[in-house]
Design a protein. Structure first.
Lengths: 324, 324
DNA sequence: TCAAAAGTGTTATCCTTACACCCATGT
DNA sequence: ACATGGGTGTAAGGATAACACTTTTGA
């Protein structure tokens, strides 16, 4: 009547060190930023992170305190992202300590003040250039060419066909781009040896120079997870406003949505969807014109959380892409 | 130029014991089941769980091995759910060991064979009765009455109004039921002292007998998290089929969807949505009739993963509820 | 007066919802 | 024959996507 092995009842203390790790995201001047920390000179940047301490009353408090210590950046919205704990996270390093990392997504309104620390904001598309389609599909298509080259090389014809199909499915062909599958694309690029971390982790030379900057450990994988989550979430929760200043124009809001989603949006319909969503209201005053008619200032209606369960910013149709 | 505190660079070994914990879900005879383990006689049931060991190459492998050891139930689909690590997870117990649990959602096709172990399948609505609207809104409305009583008692008139509004928002009024907010409802019930765990954790008497069964530790909270996730996910990924046998009728599929979502669905449109989704195809043979015309057997088309990025079962409109 | 950006109106199309109805089997 | 569940057709309504157009500013 009881097959539970004896060890199961009182768990033995399997000592494991646990890290808290943050993907802190902001939008500045229409470009999406991620907050990084330079732990060693001439090393790839890290995400802010630190060990979970017994004094941390909750995981989130521990995370906030590490980020503020390391970057002086106060956090706004925070949500748990994923827990990474596979033994080969950083490749077959001989490190016996299992590195368990609880990763968080954090959003801030004011992506401003690096300065005093070794932390800095970077455009996240420096790390994942193929995720940015706003200026055309060029970077994506160059990536697909490299991936198809990898898929076709080595292995049986059967395997090559499967790999090619997988590239097509993951990176999309033609208009079939799913902007949420960021992690799957990163992992395929990693597997294909087209990101610097793959080289580092397995000591094999990449197929030519990688088209992007690397990060420490598996932090770029964590970043990809965060971007995918955020792209999905702005569609059904009003998290986009967590990235905006208190007052903004609809164009600025659209620019932020475009930064996150990596695509251009159709202006007229975006405006209509936002205005009819009831998420925003007019604020007094106008934006100073930057080369055209001045725009109404808008603000988020904080009551929405009380009125409606779970609204998001309906993003609307894509803008017809300019000739790539 | 470098404010990072020295301790941040090489994380000190903050020894923390890490558990893996599984919400294993199956559907049997149109009712949704969760797999439990009885660790002690006359104690509330637990979810299968065990400590993460250094030998576990990945978290998921560790989880699978614990579940199979404790329940002999092989797992199918598995995904990470959430990591629970707040110090007061189980109330202010004096336990100094921080209990960090990485919880997983697992789906199985054959919710059959308990037998040999101390494990058992339970209808998950035994633990969260207000989440089941298939037979009317009775249980929900009884819960709302209790919650409103709690909201009105104690504190200022201002606080009472806020609590009442929160109950209305979380549990919905009239047709405004959001079936995904399972965790928020459980947490409000906990806060109101209407679940047994609240009593246990803070030693205060509940307002009358709780309307549901309890579970060990915070396992009912983890169950609520899993149900919310699953309810959301069947709408955009084909996970519903992970709960079905290889061949099934559309009615059985609908019954499963209803079990998960806790609501009745509109038959004709459910069928049409499923059939037009391309997720299923006809299988040879018919189901043995159970009181009407025999139904076509259907099967999931496994190729869909290769063709389309991320289809889900469009659930369609609710069935007009029978007079409650 | 022209470029640039803000902002409005309207229409075709598709998807969702709802309703009505027919079909095949066991008792 | 009739109850029960399986299965199909179609029309109304609403949301979306696409298009054309006007307004207000700075240079």
């Amino acid at each position: 009547m009881n097959d539970i092995p004896p060890e199961a009842a009182p768990p033995p203390a399997s000592a494991i060190s646990v890290d808290l790790c943050a993907v802190v995201i902001g939008v500045e001047a229409g470009s999406p930023r991620v907050l990084t920390v330079q732990r060693q000179p001439h090393e790839p940047p890290s995400l802010p992170a630190g060990p979970l301490h017994p004094e941390h009353r909750t995981l989130e408090r521990g995370l906030r305190s590490w980020v503020e210590q390391q970057t002086r950046q106060p956090l706004g919205y925070v949500e748990q992202l994923y827990t990474f704990g596979d033994l080969d996270r950083f490749g077959q390093s001989g490190d016996a300590r299992r590195p368990l990392s609880v990763a968080y997504l954090a959003l801030v309104r004011d992506a401003q003040p690096p300065g005093v620390t070794a932390s800095a904001w970077h455009d996240w598309y420096d790390y994942l250039p193929w995720e940015d389609q706003r200026a055309g599909r060029g970077a994506l298509e160059r990536m697909i060419v490299r991936l198809q080259a990898w898929a076709g090389a080595g292995g049986s014809a059967q395997e090559a066909r499967q790999r090619r199909e997988r590239v097509r499915m993951t990176f999309g062909d033609g208009a079939d781009w799913d902007n949420e599958r960021v992690l799957e694309r990163y992992e395929l690029a990693y597997e294909a040896g087209l990101v610097a971390e793959a080289l580092r982790d397995r000591g094999a030379p990449p197929d030519g120079l990688p088209p992007s900057f690397g990060m420490a450990l598996d932090h770029r994988r964590i970043l990809a997870t965060a971007i995918g989550r955020l792209r999905a979430k702005i569609k059904y929760r009003p998290v986009l406003f967590e990235l905006m200043p208190p007052e903004f124009t609809l164009s600025e809001l659209q620019r932020a949505a475009e930064s996150i989603s990596g695509t251009l949006l159709h202006k007229q319909n975006f405006r209509r969807l936002v205005e009819s969503s009831g998420l925003v209201e007019e604020a007094p005053g106008m934006a100073k014109a930057t080369g055209g008619r001045p725009a109404r200032l808008m603000r988020f209606r904080p009551e929405v959380g009380l009125e409606r369960p779970a609204p998001g910013v309906r993003i609307g149709p894509l803008r017809r892409p300019a000739a790539s």
